[in-house]
Write a protein that binds this ligand. Sequence first.
Ligand SMILES: Nc1nc2c(ncn2[C@@H]2O[C@H](COP(=O)(O)OP(=O)(O)OP(=O)(O)O)[C@@H](O)[C@H]2O)c(=O)[nH]1
Ligand SMILES: Nc1ncnc2c1ncn2[C@@H]1O[C@H](COP(=O)(O)OP(=O)(O)OP(=O)(O)O)[C@@H](O)[C@H]1O
Length: 206
Amino acid sequence: MESWDDFLAPYTQAVEELKVKLKGLRKQFERENIHSPIEFVTGRVKPIVSILDKASLKDIPIDKLGTEIQDIAGLRMMCQFVDDIEQVVELLRGRNDFEIVEERNYISHKKASGYRSYHVVIRYPVQTIHGEKNILAEIQIRTLAMNFWATIEHSLNYKYKGIFPEDIQLRLKRAAEAAFLLDAEMSQIRTEIQEAQRLFSRKKDS
Ligand SMILES: Nc1nc2c(ncn2[C@@H]2O[C@H](COP(=O)(O)OP(=O)(O)OP(=O)(O)O)[C@@H](O)[C@H]2O)c(=O)[nH]1
Ligand SMILES: Nc1ncnc2c1ncn2[C@@H]1O[C@H](COP(=O)(O)OP(=O)(O)OP(=O)(O)O)[C@@H](O)[C@H]1O
């Protein structure tokens, strides 16, 4: 079997390239002075311990890691508003530098934990000195509020090793709903401000 360094090299390459490409989208919106549906982008290569944990949990043989674990290369795109998420997904669907292999909508179908995000799994071609290598990468698209909840829940989960007491589970679910309500309220405020601005400029013109 190849070394971890050799195995992970194309994933590292893909994460670096995709970070540049996806951050580039934000820059294009900024340059054209229009609201960017992308607030910021992060990426990481899955830590080896986490790959091994997932493989053992899901009974994945070592020679199938690249095909069975979809998030060895992971990107995350944070949006201000829930509506921005659909716009980002449309932008991804329109690209021709990778192929979308799966979409998972955990916004309309939230997870039992309360987790919300939109996941897009892509097949990305990495150019290597030995030719093209296709790898899978997972892009998670979420609002800042969804990210706030998921980040804290993830770090608490780590401390509790995945098994929360029931009352904590319930409170986390409620906190996820509170984050979702906050998203809805921010969208509503934005719509009202936009309507007021439209009325104001119409009055000015007449
Ligand atoms: N904080 C948090 N993150 C989650 C939760 N569920 C999923 N995620 C994120 O989403 C990824 C898994 O995405 P899924 O689309 O559920 O992938 P899967 O292969 O079906 O499921 P896993 O076996 O959990 O990886 C995880 O690696 C996390 O980054 C959750 O309840 N809390
Ligand atoms: N797609 C992604 N983009 C950016 N960061 C991510 C992505 N997925 C996970 N991370 C972050 O990378 C770190 C390590 O992730 P790790 O893969 O161990 O967690 P996980 O995603 O919850 O995995 P698992 O599904 O195996 O439990 C965590 O801080 C996690 O929030």
